[in-house]
Design a binder for this molecule. Sequence first.
Ligand code: PHE
Length: 489
Amino acid sequence: MFSEHPRGLFICFATELWERFSYYGMRALLIFYLMQHFLFSEQESFLIYAAYTALVYMTSLLGGAIADRYLGARKAVTLGAVLLVTGHFGIAIEASVQIFYLCLALIIVGVGFLKPNTSTLVGALYRPDDSRRDAGFTIFYMGINIGGAAAPLLCGWLGQTYGWHYGFGLAGIGMLAGLFVFLRGQRHLLGYAEPPNADWLRQPTVARLSREALIYLATIGLVLMVWLIMNRRDIIGPMLAAFGTITGAAILYYAFARCTPQERDRLLVCATLLVFTIAFWALYEQMGSSLNVFADRMVDRHVLGYEIPAPMFQGLPSIFVILGAPLASSLWMYLGRRKREPSAAMKFTFAIVQVGLAFLALSLGLNLTEAGEKIALGWFVLTFFLLTSGELCLAPVGMAMVTRLAPQRIVGVMMGAFFLAYSASSFIAGHIARLTAQSIPSQPAASNTASVASYAQVYMTLGCVALGAALLLWRLAPLLTRRTPDVEA
Ligand code: PHE
């Protein structure tokens, strides 16, 4: 798989695999840890979870920008990995809620430095005209999902069977492996994604510290700031609104003041589609929060006499992605050869339809389940399957769309906007999850008819809202596609 690619690809692949291993391993347990270990109410737990996931992708904006301007991707990834190892091991041994928040802050800033920049590094390994680039990204995306599939299975099982700290500890060991691989592989990355101005970075400034050292110190400041925000979670909504408005206004300004008419049309199409991704991810991101709790409480998880712990199901989407991604890309290529490949707008429409169907299926399953019984596992797996098949129509397509439709000069910013949309969705997802929260969590939920009815109601509404959004996009699609005739199929 790697023989025809630069050696550096393997290093990025393995680093990102382990980073996602630690991220998804920890996240599979997180909601239960909040509810069962810290005894936060269910509603509060969803909000803390939402704050964490929203901040993770918000800092990616900053991590990307600092790497572009000062550190270069190679140093930024190393910094991120060190923060992540510290954060994950911290959670494994932490004792108080404040130290826990501090560890979450380390992870948030760590992902911010690592995640966007490993992708940049992959891109940097290939010259612009290198035809291996797409294949390189496909391999990289596989790495993400191998980590995402294995971690919930292993950490979820350890955490639920032997105790939280074993699960979190394994996530930490995974991240340590990532840091190790990345440091060992440095020579394969030298020359790619170096700091744009290494001399400037080395120059001593205040107290004879180099600028590089100052950036590292500022990073510690950033961690402390995020820690503070984790304690003042009510400001995350306004922060997102402010960033969103500024980004939206900047894109509009740029489109009308700095672009040729053709660039403007493409940029506006790209921005419009990004708005629709928010609807998609906000529903998709129920996975780690409300659907995780749902699996624990409402689903009959017995297979061959063994009751599978709920967090282990968090690995399913990645397994579906590994199996389905080659199928999806062959389908697009097959249709492309016949000049029938759907436009990005149509693929997004399919994606939103699928999340809608996912929730309608679950709600139907609940309605068909006898009172007092748990819902059959098949309904739940079907829901995860539909969420993932939707993801395959949107996530890879979305990234490619940004690089294709945004003017080259602002691709980085538009990638940032993609992450910001994900961040906003994670925040909204938490508020949606809260609607499913039970007021008396100790009551066995499947026999609690009020709780069953509330899940069925919320998930049916979500399904209908998604179908409405899909209908809107379907109507808009021809208009959008007409504006980008030369880059769309
Ligand atoms: N599974 C993807 C990942 O962890 C989800 C994602 C898509 C995250 C796009 C950010 C941006 O990489």
